[in-house]
Design a protein around this ligand. Structure first.
Ligand code: SAM
Length: 283
């Protein structure tokens, strides 16, 4: 194990603060500081950067981010036991670690931010990883307040994020993600790296926001993809009936064959479909 700092080993921190992992909080801790440093490096350059970290737990990734030069880390943690452990890290890096005790799903970091780039970096609690991501992808206005996200997911979720048309994993999450960002799977992490080990392999994914996503209303895009993938095996002329608009006319306006299925249509096609639907409902 590389000594990133002279704080105590994470196993000692877990013992001292009685941080036995709770499944209900999606707690799978990373105790290998080489690995937490690898994730922090994936978010580089960190100098002058504020990092918003979700679920720091005993603080392995937090320590790596600070040791590798993050100007400031704003860490949101729900578990009061971990908040106590994190106070030692805050004391070691005066003025650089802000610990917020609370629910990341309800947390808006914007009032805490000062000048300079902001990045979201986290080994996410898997039980709320997708709602957290969709919340950030729904940020208005766009481009958002963060310049990148580097996040760990279950491999199966990561595959859905980067999936392309025609693949089984392609769906609503792929479209929303790729409409607004360039996602990229950086590397996998074995279950053995965590305490306790999860059942599945994890992947670290980077998301770079697109400065100018194809113009379309996000809610309408979500509505259209929900209808299309609600019955993904059916032809769109059938599945889009749930929108309450004439599917054949919509599809024609969006230059999509009425016999096409949702999983064959690229993001651009769904954007055209959303714009056609928005025009109908506004008329
Ligand atoms: N970052 C640590 C690491 O890599 O070892 C812990 C990661 S663990 C997968 C997820 C963390 O998120 C836990 O510390 C858990 O307590 C925290 N957490 C779970 N639900 C949360 C929520 N709603 N808001 C904030 N933190 C949460």
């Amino acid at each position: 194990m590389t000594a990133l700092d002279d704080l105590p080993p994470l196993r000692d921190v877990i013992r001292r603060y009685d941080l036995a992992a709770k499944k209900s909080l999606g707690q799978n801790f990373l105790l290998d500081l080489n690995l937490t440093a690898r994730i922090a490096r994936a978010a580089a350059p960190l100098a002058n950067t504020t990092v918003v970290e979700i679920g720091p737990g005993p603080g392995g990734l937090t320590r790596a981010l600070l040791a590798l030069g993050a100007k400031r880390v704003i860490a949101v943690e729900r578990d009061a036991r971990a908040v106590a452990a994190l106070a030692d890290i805050a004391a070691h890096y005066p003025g650089r670690l802000t610990i917020v005790e609370g629910d990341a799903l309800a947390f808006d970091p914007r009032p805490h931010l000062t000048a300079g780039p902001v990045r979201i970096v986290a080994n996410l609690p898997y039980n709320i990883a997708t709602p957290l991501l969709t919340g950030w992808l729904a940020t208005e206005p766009w481009p958002p307040w963060f310049d990148r996200m580097v996040l760990m997911f279950q491999r199966e979720v990561a595959e859905r994020l980067v999936a392309t048309p025609g693949s089984k994993a392609y769906g609503r999450l792929s479209i929303l993600t790729q409409w607004r960002t360039h996602p990229d799977i950086l590397f996998d992490v074995s279950p053995k790296a965590f305490v306790p080990p999860p059942k599945v392999v994890s992947s670290v994914v980077s998301f770079v926001p697109r400065p100018a996503p194809l113009a379309c209303d996000r809610r309408t895009l979500e509505r259209v993809t929900e209808a299309a993938f609600g019955q993904r095996r059916k032809m769109l002329r059938q599945s889009l009936k749930t929108l309450g608009a004439d599917p054949a006319g919509l599809l024609e306006q969006a230059w999509i064959a009425p016999t096409a299925r949702a999983e064959e249509i690229a993001v651009e096609g769904f954007v055209r479909l959303a714009n056609a639907f928005a025009a109908r409902t506004a008329a």
